[in-house]
Design a protein around this ligand. Sequence first.
Ligand SMILES: C[S@@+](CC[C@H](N)C(=O)[O-])C[C@H]1O[C@@H](n2cnc3c(N)ncnc32)[C@H](O)[C@@H]1O
Length: 158
Amino acid sequence: MVKEGKLPERKIHYIAKDFNLEKEELEIELKSIVGNKRSFVLLEGLIFFLSKTITNELIELIGNVQISGSYLGAVSYLDNIEDTDCFKRLIKFFSEEIMVDGKFEYLTLPTSYYESLNFYELIQQEDYVSLSKKYSPKNKIENGDLVVNEQLYLLQRV
Ligand SMILES: C[S@@+](CC[C@H](N)C(=O)[O-])C[C@H]1O[C@@H](n2cnc3c(N)ncnc32)[C@H](O)[C@@H]1O
């Protein structure tokens, strides 16, 4: 993607912290990476695993660290994903194969959640199936019913 000019050259930092427990450590690490520069923070494949409270706190924390003009990318499922067969299979898998007590808690979010954030303006929203057609036409997803279709949000720090 970089060679094709679809993505800019950039330094990528992965932050490995437990967001349920290590908020102070996360803030320190994020500040040291971001400094006073504009940044792009991506929460990809993560929000599904967090509680609403932790998600609120995480986005607020990132908003406190990022300077105006920075970007935040977030990926999550809409509430109506629960009606799809592949999502039901995913939750069954987590409940039966991963969880010790058989109960898997997950988070879905409506688009209005992103529209009402204090620090960020929602710039763009697109779903995974539609993006596959745009950016990977050779491998585009033909049958959207067979994938757990995520929503991708691009937000800008005001
Ligand atoms: C489906 S994977 C997404 C991976 C990610 N897109 C990447 O490229 O590394 C879900 C990720 O969420 C992380 N995760 C789940 N709960 C978390 C938590 N409480 N704190 C931090 N990370 C968490 C997992 O460690 C895992 O890396």
